[in-house]
Design a protein around this ligand. Structure first.
Ligand code: PLP
Length: 478
C-alpha cells in the first residue's frame, strides 16, 4: 500500500473492510465489521506529508527484514500506508528520514517516560560504553538497580534481570509452575505477556475449554495449558478454579490492561484475584511491563494496594535499553538457578549499558510531583479528546489510567476485550492517518495505549488536541 497517497489509503481502508486491516498481534485480532457509513471526500483531508526516502528505505528493507520491520506493529498493517522510518528522536519528538517532525505518543511503547535522548541517560550510557559494554560477569550496577527496584516495590524481595518482557513473563510462569507443582495458568483475553509459546493461546469454544494454539508453530499441547478468561470478570475465574481444582499454578494479569487499549480494573477485580489465588494456593503474577514505574513509582500494585506473588517488569526499568526483570517473594525466587532447580539464564542479562540507563532513569521518577505532572498532562489530553468527540458528535470513549490513554471509537464503554473489539478500527485507521499528517504520532492500532512522557509540554498536548479536533471533524465530513 506504500505507493498510495494518504488520502487514497484512507479511502481504501474505509472501503475495503477488515481484510486490509489484519492486526499485528495474534491475540489482538481486528474483528470489527464494517459499519455502513458515508465515505468522506478525501479532499478535505490534511495533505499527505511526502515521504519518498521512507518509502524507498521501507521497500529496500522488505527485501531482507521480514515485512520490512523487526516487530509486526511497526509495519502499520492495521492502519495502512508507509510505516515511519526514523532518523533520530529528542524529547517528545520523532524525526523521520524525510525530515518531518512528529510529537510522539508512543515513546518506544512506553519505555521512555522521560522522553527521547534525555541528556543524563545519554551521558550515563556514553560513560558506560567507554568502561565496557558487557562483562559476562556481575557488576555493581546490577546490584544497585536490583536494590532500587526492591526498594520501590515491596512485594519484590528478589529480582532476576533478563532482556525482554517476553523472557520475563515466560520465566515467571515457569517458576510459578515449579513452585506450585501444577501446570495450568490463567490469562485474560486481550492481555499481552509477550510471544512465548504458552501465551500464544486463545479461548476455545467456551469457558470450560482449555486454550487452543493462536499461532502456527505453537503445539496445542502447550496452548492447552493456558486458560483464557474475560478481563474484569471474577465469576469466570471462580468457575475456572472450580472446573480445575488443585491444577492452577498461576493467574497472570496486567493490573491495568494496556494491550487491548487501556482498560482499568473494575473496583474489586484485583482484590478478588488476590483472594481467589490465595485460597486456591495458586500464584498471582502481575505483569507490570507497562504499568511498572509508570502508574506510580511502586507500579500498579502500589496504586491498588495489592501484593502479587511475582511481578514482571520491563520498559521503563531499562531507560530505553533492552532490559526486563521478574521478581517477587524470596521463598519463590530462591527456586531459580543457581539457588534452586528452575533453570533460566542469559548472556547479556544485567547488561551494564542497560543497568546504567535504568539507574539514570529511576531517581528522576522519585522526584516529588513527577507522576502528578505526567498524569495531569494525560488528563488534559483526555479531556480535550472527549470534548472533540462530543463537539463533532462522534461516538467514542476515552479510557485513562495515569499517563496511559486510549481513544476507542466505540458506542459503549470498554471494560474488556469483547467490548474493545466492538470498536470501529477502520475509523481508528482514518483518525491515525489524519493525526500523522498533522505531525502527531499515536500507536498504529486501535488496541494500544498512548503514552505521555515528562518531555511532553502542555503546548504539545494542546497541539495534539487541536489535531484531533481537525481529524475528527474530517471524519465527520465537516
Ligand atoms: C504487559 C506486557 N507484557 C509483556 C510484554 C512483552 O515485552 P517485550 O516486547 O519486551 O518482549 C509487553 C510488550 O509490550 C507488554 O506490554
Amino acid at each position: 500500500m506504500s505507493g498510495l497517497s494518504a488520502a487514497a489509503t484512507r479511502l481504501l481502508l474505509f472501503a475495503a473492510g477488515p481484510a486490509l486491516r489484519s492486526d499485528f498481534r495474534i491475540l489482538k485480532m481486528v474483528s470489527t465489521s464494517m459499519a455502513s457509513r458515508t465515505i468522506k471526500d478525501p479532499k478535505n483531508s490534511k495533505p499527505e506529508k511526502s515521504r519518498p526516502r521512507s518509502e524507498e528505505l521501507f521497500e529496500r528493507g522488505k527485501k531482507t527484514l521480514v515485512g520490512g520491520v523487526n516487530s509486526p506493529v511497526r509495519a502499520f498493517r492495521a492502519v495502512g500506508g508507509t510505516p515511519l522510518v526514523i532518523d533520530h528522536a529528542k524529547g517528545a519528538r520523532l524525526f523521520d528520514v524525510d525530515g518531518h517532525e512528529y510529537i510522539d505518543f508512543v515513546c518506544s511503547w512506553g519505555a521512555l517516560i522521560l522522553g527521547h535522548a534525555h541528556p543524563d541517560i545519554v551521558s550515563a550510557i556514553s560513560d558506560q560504553a567507554s568502561r565496557g559494554t558487557s562483562f559476562g560477569m556481575t557488576s555493581p550496577l546490577e546490584i544497585e538497580l536490583g536494590e532500587k527496584i526492591a526498594g520501590a516495590i515491596p512485594s519484590v524481595e528478589m529480582v532476576r534481570f533478563v532482556n525482554s518482557g517476553t523472557e520475563a513473563a515466560m520465566s515467571a510462569v515457569r517458576l510459578a509452575r515449579a513452585f506450585t507443582e501444577r501446570d495450568l495458568i490463567i490469562k485474560f483475553e486481550g492481555c499481552y505477556h509477550g510471544h512465548s509459546d504458552g501465551f500464544l493461546s486463545e479461548a476455545g469454544s467456551g469457558l470450560a475449554t482449555l486454550g487452543i494454539s493462536a499461532s502456527p508453530g505453537v503445539p496445542n499441547a502447550f496452548a492447552s495449558l493456558t486458560l483464557n478468561s474475560p478481563y474484569n470478570d471474577l465469576e469466570a475465574i471462580e468457575n475456572l478454579f472450580k472446573q480445575h481444582p488443585g491444577e492452577m499454578a498461576a493467574v497472570i494479569v496486567e493490573p491495568v490492561a494496556a494491550n487491548m487499549g487501556v482498560v482499568p480494573p473494575a473496583p474489586g477485580f484485583l482484590e478478588g484475584l488476590r483472594a481467589i489465588t490465595k485460597k486456591e494456593k495458586a500464584l498471582l503474577i502481575f505483569d507490570e511491563v507497562i504499568t511498572g514505574f509508570r502508574l506510580a513509582y511502586g507500579g500498579a500494585q502500589s496504586v491498588y494496594k495489592i501484593d502479587p506473588d511475582l511481578t514482571v517488569m520491563g520498559k521503563i526499568i531499562g531507560g530505553g535499553l533492552p532490559v526486563a526483570a521478574y521478581g517477587g517473594r524470596r521463598n519463590i525466587m530462591e527456586r531459580v538457578a543457581p539457588l534452586g532447580p528452575v533453570y533460566q539464564a542469559g548472556t547479556l542479562s544485567g547488561n551494564p549499558l542497560a543497568m546504567r540507563a535504568g539507574l539514570a532513569t529511576l531517581p528522576k521518577l522519585e522526584a516529588p510531583g513527577f507522576y502528578e505532572g505526567v498524569n495531569r498532562k494525560t488528563q488534559r489530553l483526555a479531556d480535550g479528546l472527549r470534548i472533540a468527540l462530543k463537539d463533532a458528535n462522534v461516538q467514542g470513549h476515552v479510557n485513562v489510567a495515569g499517563s496511559l490513554l486510549t481513544i476507542f471509537f466505540a458506542d459503549q464503554p470498554v471494560r474488556n476485550y469483547a467490548d474493545a473489539k466492538k470498536s470501529d478500527s477502520a475509523r481508528f485507521a482514518v483518525f491515525f492517518q489524519e493525526m500523522l499528517s498533522r505531525g502527531i504520532f499515536i500507536a498504529p492500532s486501535q488496541y494500544e495505549a498512548l503514552f505521555v512522557s515528562a518531555a511532553h509540554t502542555d503546548a504539545d498536548i494542546d497541539r495534539a488536541v487541536a489535531a484531533a479536533r481537525e481529524s475528527i471533524a474530517y471524519m465527520q465530513g465537516n
